[in-house]
Design a protein around this ligand. Structure first.
Ligand code: ZN
Length: 135
């Protein structure tokens, strides 16, 4: 690839890298894990859930030290916790993209180096003789 194409691609990769960096720095608060809506049976005899009308519960789930933890969320807090978990998901996505873009930038830099590299200086006959004579 010619160096001007490589420079254009490098500029674009740099812009994307910067954008992901801004996303990473933009969130003041986040909560690890995710917020999900579960449908469960309570187990009480004669409850409507026994006939299939399951109870809906919002929970926060997170893996801590290899163990999956699940906590029920209070009704009034669902929107806030969903937003915080959503920010966490965006944070992690931006981190993945940042790593991917960084690898791409290094690859383009290596290509640019190969495209721009010229051969080593050629040994001139006189210079070679002088070098050999000085040893
Ligand atoms: Zn029930």
């Amino acid at each position: 690839m010619d160096p001007s194409d490589l420079r254009k691609q490098l500029s674009e990769a740099g812009r994307l890298f910067e954008r992901h960096l801004q996303t990473l720095m933009g969130h003041r608060f986040l909560v690890r894990g995710g917020v999900y809506r579960l449908h469960r049976k309570c187990g009480k005899a004669g409850c409507r859930c026994a006939q299939g009308a399951l109870h809906a519960t919002w929970v926060h789930m997170v893996r801590e030290g290899g163990v999956q933890r699940c906590r029920a969320l209070p009704k009034g807090g669902v929107a806030r916790w969903r937003a915080l978990a959503g920010q966490y998901q965006r944070f992690r996505r931006a981190r993945r993209e940042l790593a991917r873009q960084y690898a791409r930038i290094l690859d383009l830099v290596d290509q640019l180096e190969r495209a721009r590299a010229v051969g080593p200086p050629r040994r001139r006959k006189g210079a070679a003789d002088a070098a050999a004579g000085s040893v």
